[in-house]
Write a protein that binds this ligand. Structure first.
Ligand code: NAP
Length: 474
């Protein structure tokens, strides 16, 4: 691996303490990576603060051109990034290339948004003053990302932060720091000035992040990860009243009505369930199928799941790689054992294979009882858990009965009914006759305990901006 050290102020820094990154397909050590401490965090904050002054003063068009160049460079090197993603995360080649493409697109989208940080001007109705509203860079941002999308969860934050004029320190997940480190030479080449973006992998994550969130120069904390860690960060952020952006956990319901086009429903479910091997906050977690079409749906979904080839994601003929680590694989196996013990039926999969690598086969469970743990928690693996329904009001209530509210999926051939259902679902996003909602041009994010704020779309850059209002007379 070319880059395994800390990236601070545009240079690579070695540390005494290091940690291993494992290839989940082989369980072999891929790289030994530097682990950042408090002094490194201070150096990164100094560098970002210094670089931000000049960056924020550049014209929007100048910032936009750098981001556009980053998109061009990353698009030219998709294979390189896809290979790295597969090596450290495990996802299979097509999935990894899909992520690399998606990740690069955030640079293009926010290159376009950088020149549209529009404010507004209005006439105050009573006083006659002018109300002038400006958007300004919010300040230094600490970005913390998970292992399931080693490239995209980083670029989804870096691109809008840079578009807005902010400097950043990014703390990638310890399982998958290599992709983010590999992105840094590309950003340099694109024209990102030294110090503006710093990467601090660390095994002392809690203390490191807490230290940065208490530095008076930091104004934004943008986190993607579990709801539990998100709650902790919100508490830390409260001490300095930081601007929080939280993309947290999900428990996505899929609702398949009896008038759904079955080809579309199966294809959409496969995408919602198996993109990233189910290791996604957007992954289909609870599948509700109308009783009238359940037998056909279960048969066809089981056939599609069984047809997937499991193996090392570096092999181009493989559809499904390993899960990221042993703990994630074991948790998936526990969810399946729990559901079966409570009365679910195993339609396919369900057996951990022998040998090296954290593999788990694509699995379908039918007749899953409401009491099963997988109905209430994120499975985060390739297990489709199916229940049935007959009544529309009942299925909406069941879909909404969770503390999460990230994304729901609806399959129906009756558009009027489908839209009525979408509006009643308490979710930040809904896939209607589609199994994929992620799009750089759309506001990604959840309600309830799935998070605060939005990434992507027009909203994404506002997370890194402060609104200033000037009351003016002339
Ligand atoms: P995680 O355990 O919450 O870790 C995410 C990041 O937070 C990692 O960089 C981790 O660092 C760091 N972290 C852990 N403890 C911390 C602490 N006390 N203070 C500060 N940072 C801390 O989540 P994960 O297991 O990597 O990812 C899976 C979760 O992410 C799922 O719940 C999934 O739904 C969610 N997710 C949400 C979205 C979304 O957009 N809503 C997208 C993707 C994933 P270390 O690796 O060093 O521990």
């Amino acid at each position: 691996m070319d880059h395994t050290d800390l990236y601070i102020n545009g240079t690579w820094h070695k540390t005494d303490e290091r940690f291993d990154v494992i290839n989940p397909a082989t369980e072999q050590v891929l790289a030994s990576v530097a682990s950042a401490g408090i002094a490194d965090a201070d150096a990164a904050l100094d560098a970002a603060q210094a670089a931000m002054a000049d960056w924020a003063a550049r014209t929007p068009r100048q910032r936009s051109e750098v981001l556009r160049r980053a998109w061009e460079l990353m698009t030219a090197r998709l294979d390189h990034f896809a290979r790295l993603i597969t090596l450290e995360n495990g996802k299979a080649g097509a999935d990894a290339r899909g992520e690399a493409t998606y990740a690069a697109e955030f640079f293009r989208w926010f290159a376009e948004e950088a020149v549209r940080a529009d404010g507004m001007i209005a006439h105050a109705p009573a006083s006659g003053a002018r109300i002038m509203v400006l958007n300004k860079p919010a300040g230094l941002a600490v970005l913390i990302t998970p292992w399931n999308y080693p490239a995209a969860m980083g670029t989804r934050k870096i691109a809008p932060a840079l578009a807005a004029g902010c400097g950043v320190i990014i703390k990638p997940a310890s399982e998958t720091p290599l992709t983010m480190l590999a992105l840094m030479p590309l950003l340099e080449e694109a024209g990102v000035p030294a110090g503006l973006v710093n990467v601090l992998p660390s095994k002392k994550t809690g203390a490191l992040v807490d230290h940065m969130l208490h530095d008076p120069r930091v104004r934004v904390v943008s986190f993607t990860g579990s709801t539990g860690v998100g709650r902790k960060l919100l508490k830390s952020a409260a001490d300095q009243v930081l601007k929080p952006a939280m993309e947290l956990g999900g428990n996505a319901p899929v609702i398949v009505f009896d008038d759904a086009d079955m080809d579309v429903a199966i294809e959409g479910t496969m995408l919602a369930k198996m993109r990233n091997l189910g290791e996604a906050c957007t992954a289909a977690n609870r599948i509700y199928v109308h009783e009238a079409v359940a037998p056909e749906y279960i048969r066809r979904l089981s056939a599609a799941m069984s047809a997937l080839k499991v193996g090392d994601g570096s092999d181009p003929s493989v559809d499904v790689g390993p899960l990221v680590n042993a703990a994630t694989r074991d948790k998936v196996a526990e969810f399946v054992a729990d559901a079966l013990a409570k009365g679910a039926k195993l339609e396919c999969g369900g057996v951990v294979p022998d040998g090296r690598g954290f593999f788990y086969p694509p699995t379908v469970l039918s007749n899953v009882p409401e009491t099963a743990d997988c109905v209430h928690d994120e499975i985060f693996g390739p297990v489709a858990a199916i229940q049935t329904f007959t009544d529309q009001g009942d299925v909406i209530a069941r879909a909404n009965a969770t503390e999460y509210g990230l994304v729901a999926y609806v399959f129906s051939g009756d558009f009027k009914r489908a839209l009525q259902v979408c509006e009643r679902l308490d979710y930040g996003m809904v896939g209607l006759n589609r199994g994929l909602v992620s799009d750089p041009a759309a506001p990604f994010g959840g309600t309830k305990q799935s998070g605060l704020g939005r990434e992507g779309g027009h909203e994404g850059m506002l997370e890194f901006m402060e609104t200033q209002y000037i009351s003016a007379s002339w």
